[in-house]
Ligand binder design. Sequence first.
Ligand code: SF4
Ligand code: SF4
Length: 308
Amino acid sequence: MSPFPATIFIEPTTACNLRCRMCPCHGAEKSVSLPPRFMDMALYMRVLDEAAAHNSGLGEMSINPQLRGEPLLHPEFPAMLREARLRGLRTTLSTNGTLLRGKALDAVAEYADYVFVSLDAVRPETYRSIRGADCRAAFDGIEALLERRGRKTTPAVYAAFVKLEENAGEREEFLDRWLARADGVLVYQERLPRGWYGDPNVPPPSPRPPCPHLQGSCAVLVGGEVTPCCFAVSESDALGTLGGGATLEEVYGGEGFARLRALHDAGRFSESALCAECNAYESYGPPVSIPGGLVLTNAFTTFFLKTP
Ligand code: SF4
Ligand code: SF4
């Protein structure tokens, strides 16, 4: 196992300016209510510095500054992206796109490497029924980013679409529109309770393999708690914490991670409340060529990727 994760999710904020109805953290139908918190810049910089010290070259380590909230709400978000770039770290960002303007737009266009903009709909009324807001800010945001990016190859910009009842009739139109405008489209299924993506009646592969996320990723929550993956977004999922001065390397190589990896290696998934019902460990199958692009699929995601 690598002594340091190659992919680090880090949570700038738990706050969000939308209330998407399917959101596990902010959705109107969900009982979870998150107080808005913002990551301390000193903590963020500690993680970045440590990642940079382990980075053996541009493009190897990925910093993904998002988890339970809208990252662009963090007042220092432009600096967060800039500092990652200055350290030679690759950044992958998911945003609802509504704040892609001004300094935030400048920073995303300049310093991000991959940007996923969650749109979910073609028609304004569908967008509103899912995301609870007018679509204009998000649609203008992704267009502004594409315009700013111009002929550059970075950031790569993808439109994201979560499959729901409301947008069932718009998937093809969404694909046509954004495959023509952006670099790809990510279509994925809503995450069901207890972590299962996709059809809950489809059993996991047997034997179930250890989760690859445990060998290469982790997530740092807003207060410094460290969880094994971007699907583990509750403080109670933490396997360690950066509070008290511990380094990420120490936590990642520490007892909490070792115990969970041992359970996976032994096939004792049911003993982990976090992982027992999760199928997000399934990785992409072989790419399938389509005219002008590739399709990558796993249990819950279809990623249409344009190739130059
Ligand atoms: S934009 Fe994202 S974080 Fe915000 S409510 Fe929607 S799904 Fe949740
Ligand atoms: S099984 Fe699921 S919850 Fe557990 S580490 Fe893997 S992705 Fe995360």
